[in-house]
Design a protein around this ligand. Structure first.
Ligand SMILES: C[S@@+](CC[C@H](N)C(=O)[O-])C[C@H]1O[C@@H](n2cnc3c(N)ncnc32)[C@H](O)[C@@H]1O
Length: 315
């Protein structure tokens, strides 16, 4: 389902339930079941047959939720965290820089919570393949179950394996290797062995600490990789809101202007003015729409170290 879209919700489908801008969850639709949350009680029978994207109303009260088609981007926002995960800015940058597209063969370790695996699978489907390796047995099993439930097994193979101790067990097949490991420098030799030698091979290592980057870059250099570069993706969310425009006369006269009237104050002023346009503190101001970074914008997650392995000269 994550790389093939459909229109109608059927019994047994996974649905992303959108509650509000800050809250989503997943549910597998099953005839007879009920989804209960603070917005009400939602019968799965009411969901079956609806189009993805539809709103469904609670059987009690006035609550409603939206039913969205699962995508890798949504999954990253709702995935149960078994580990630290990759988020969309890194995911998109890495996918682009590794030159991923349908048909590519990618190796990934560790699988962790499978956040990146879902995006990798969608990007290289339907003709490519992702081999993902995880040495924590429970995490490997949990990810395996999710890949089956999400109908990704045609493009994803997961293996419970310690890649530092045992390598990837793949020779000369990969277009790209992605490492999210505590000691990625120890996986560089195995990454090289797994890459194709008839075309440019690409590696990316995701590490939170600059010391890890230094050791990985040295290892990549020693093993003959080139074009070694490091990037950091920092995302800045913006929100829009309407504020009262300060009145120049009031400002000149030194009157205090409230730039953050709450909703009830604004509604009161709107009614008082009778104009349909809420006004600023003390009178006749109009409004402006502003856009600013949200206070809790996510900062550094990790450094991204990229390198290429040039094709062998006789190819
Ligand atoms: C930070 S998580 C990966 C998260 C993943 N990129 C995601 O987006 O969900 C790192 C994972 O690497 C696994 N790992 C660590 N050393 C490993 C090794 N030698 N072989 C395979 N997996 C390993 C850990 O068990 C952990 O699950």
């Amino acid at each position: 389902m994550f790389h093939q879209y459909k229109t109608l919700i059927e019994d047994g489908d996974l649905v992303v339930v959108y509650l509000n801008p800050g809250s989503m969850l997943t549910t597998t639709v099953k005839a007879g079941d009920m989804l209960n949350n603070k917005y009400g009680n939602f019968r799965h029978d009411d969901m079956i047959g609806l189009k993805y994207g539809s709103m469904v109303k609670s059987r009690v009260g006035t609550g409603f939720v939206y039913l969205l088609h699962p995508t890798p981007a949504l999954w990253t926002q709702v995935v149960p965290h078994r580990t630290q995960i990759l988020y969309l800015p890194d995911i998109s940058f890495i996918s682009m820089y590794l030159d991923l597209k349908p048909g590519k063969v990618v190796l990934e370790s560790g699988t962790g919570s499978g956040s990146f695996s879902h995006s990798l699978a969608r990007t290289i489907a339907p003709t490519g393949h992702l081999y993902t390796f995880e040495y924590h047995e429970l995490r490997a099993e949990t990810a395996r179950k999710e890949f089956i439930e999400h109908k990704l097994t045609d493009v994803v193979t997961i293996e419970h394996r310690d890649v530092l101790a045992n390598g990837f067990g793949k020779v000369g097949i990969a277009d790209a290797v992605f490492l999210d490991l505590p000691a990625p420098w120890d996986a560089v030799a195995a990454a090289k062995e797994s890459l194709r030698r008839d075309t440019t091979g690409r590696v990316c290592s995701f590490s939170p600490c600059i010391e890890q980057v230094q050791r990985t870059a040295l290892a990549l250099d020693e093993h003959g990789f080139s074009d070694i570069r490091m990037y950091e993706c920092l995302v800045k969310d913006y929100e829009t809101r309407t504020l009262p425009m300060p009145d120049i006369e009031e400002a000149i006269n030194g009157q205090k202007i409230n730039f953050k009237p709450n909703w009830s104050e604004r509604k009161k002023r709107k009614l008082e003015s009778g104009s349909g346009t809420p006004t600023g503190e003390g009178g006749a101001g109009s409004e402006i729409m502003i856009s600013k970074p949200v206070d809790q914008a996510r900062g550094h997650t990790s450094y991204l170290t990229f390198a290429i392995l040039a094709p062998e000269a006789n190819n």
